[in-house]
Ligand binder design. Structure first.
Ligand code: ADP
Ligand code: MG
Length: 260
């Protein structure tokens, strides 16, 4: 696997407080890495810091290029980000919202999207099973439908580096599995995928490796079967659990012990 994303010494201070600190990680190209950790651990802040959306110390490079040295448009031609709560202009249809992903590739002189832009947008809509919703106003879609459109917008960008912040939090179980499978296939085609996830069983099933944040600091990293231990779940989330194995895949399956 070739080097994808390299994060070194990243730290963010907000309101005079260290929100994330001492982040060193590598996400190899062709793999999916899950960022996990409790509410407020710093997952969203770290993703935003990687993309230069929040002032940060340290360095971030992708395939050897320091991201901070690139103009915004150049960066947008190979990176895509699905935020936790994305806002989109109220008057856009779902298809137009997906077409936003093609803007970094369009010249300012271009009167209308190219045939390539249109076909990439249609393919992305189909990939998230939203073709039937293409002409609906984005604002009239449910939270889960909007989330699938945001993922389609990111895929239409054909990003080599794809960052997503809890991309499955509004989705039903079919859409959760379909979305993570889509992201895994995107990685298998060569992309570098880093995503924040809350559902640890989904993270264990789909991610090649996990990075655990706790209080803004990395406390564990590696393959799910090594990272997801009862001791870690107790330390980081304050829960007791038994770790089973999925009978088909051998991946960890977390059975939570009920409190009390
Ligand atoms: P996560 O995504 O893991 O839930 P966040 O990165 O959103 O965590 O937030 C990490 C911590 O940083 C939280 O305690 C949050 O309240 C705090 N935080 C986020 N943004 C700001 C800000 N602009 N100013 C001060 N604190 C912030
Ligand atoms: Mg968050």
């Amino acid at each position: 696997m070739s080097v994808g994303l390299e994060v070194s010494g990243v730290a963010v201070q907000l309101g005079g407080r260290a929100i994330v600190d001492g982040i060193d990680m590598v996400v190899p190209a062709g793999s999916v890495t899950g960022l996990i950790g409790p509410n407020g651990a710093g997952k969203s802040t770290l993703l935003r810091a990687i993309l230069g959306l929040v002032p940060a110390m340290g360095s971030v490079s992708f395939c050897g290029t320091d991201l901070a040295t690139l103009p915004r448009r150049a960066r947008a031609q190979f990176t895509a980000f699905v935020e936790q709560n994305s806002e989109t202009d109220a008057r856009l249809t779902a298809r137009e919202a997906v077409m936003l992903g093609r803007i970094p590739f369009q010249s300012v002189w271009q009167a209308s999207p190219s045939a390539d832009d249109l076909s990439l947008a249609e393919a992305a809509l189909a990939a998230v099973e939203m073709t039937a919703f293409a002409d609906r106003l984005y604002q009239t879609l449910s939270g889960g439908e909007q989330q699938r459109i945001q993922i389609a917008r990111a895929l239409a960008q054909q990003p080599r580096l794809l960052l997503l912040d809890e991309p499955t939090n509004h989705l039903d179980v079919h859409a959760q599995l379909a979305t993570l499978d889509l992201l895994r296939r995107h990685a298998q085609a060569g992309a570098t995928v880093l995503l924040a996830l809350h559902d640890l069983n989904l993270a264990a099933s789909f991610c090649d490796s996990l990075v655990v944040l706790h209080g803004g600091r990395p406390v564990a990293a590696g393959p799910p079967e090594l990272v997801l231990t009862p001791a870690l779940l107790r330390q980081v989330y304050g829960v007791d659990a038994t770790i089973l194995r999925h009978p088909g895949t051998g991946r960890p399956l977390i059975a939570y012990d009920l409190p009390g």
